[in-house]
Design a protein around this ligand. Sequence first.
Ligand code: PBG
Length: 332
Amino acid sequence: MTSAHYPNLRPRRLRAHAFVRALVRETRIAPAQLIQPLFVAEGAQKGAVASMPGIVRLDLAELVAECRALQGLGIAAVALFPVIPPALKNDQGSEALNAEGLVPRAIKAVKSACPELGVVVDIALDPYTSHGHDGVLDAAGYVDNDATVELLRKQALVLARAGADVVAPSDMMDGRVGAIRSVLERDGQKNTVILSYAAKYASAFYGPFRDAVGSAKALRGDKRTYQMDPGNTDEALREVALDLAEGADIVMVKPGLPYLDVIRRVKERFGVPVAAYQVSGEYAMLRAAIDNGWLDERKAILESLTCLRRAGADMILTYFARQAAQWLADAD
Ligand code: PBG
């Protein structure tokens, strides 16, 4: 606006020095707002994820060591995702209900080593089903909503009893939040938080995650009969309203950066805690460009997280959580 006519209007004044830029910055990121997704595996399932350079499937001992480091960095929580051996998968995903399974054992190991670190667990059947869908199929191959919800409520109960702080239904079945809330209440698990993947889109950006948990090869068809169409936002508001009415404490929008408008609408409409998930494909894109020398690592990652917060996300699930927390520990 500075011109011969408005000589005193200099917005650049507030950008001239680091101290003043810091004073007027509206949006910040703190480690306490970040959740680190981690892949848990045993034996042959361990090791690097090819489509997510830098991400490793951890066994229980490695998981505990990683969680100690994350807790030391002030990260809020970890979100655990299991890699289930093919021999334990079936069409009902029944390993999801095993109280001695990998996830219950991982929850107990993390909570006993790092009691201050929050533990979030996914409620969905896809790591456990031989067909790779988040629920069970009817005779026509359609994901049967109500039969799936019955299994999800059992899975949530098993994981809450194992000590999970937060259960995060990521399956997009109708009515699952209410079903999970009522079973938790009946069991006396009153403080188990439900973080619902309320507006979860049928996105191509989950590809690397499906490689990581080994559901990509198994998946028959796609998830468009339960995850949302990327063209819609009004529908996201209806999904969020339902999940809140059913008892969700936190609602999530997923993926993150391509869906900033959805985050903004949800935050403005409902004013409730909103999570964003910067998903595996977003990680892979940034990582690939960074590793090619095309983007500055620190600047690109911190900018992407700042933009998710600016759009209205209170918290972010991101594979960059540990790295970002390390940078945030140094002043900028
Ligand atoms: C499974 C689940 C998925 C993700 C989180 N939970 C994959 C899917 O819906 O196919 C994706 C996470 C990511 O891509 O980082 N219900």
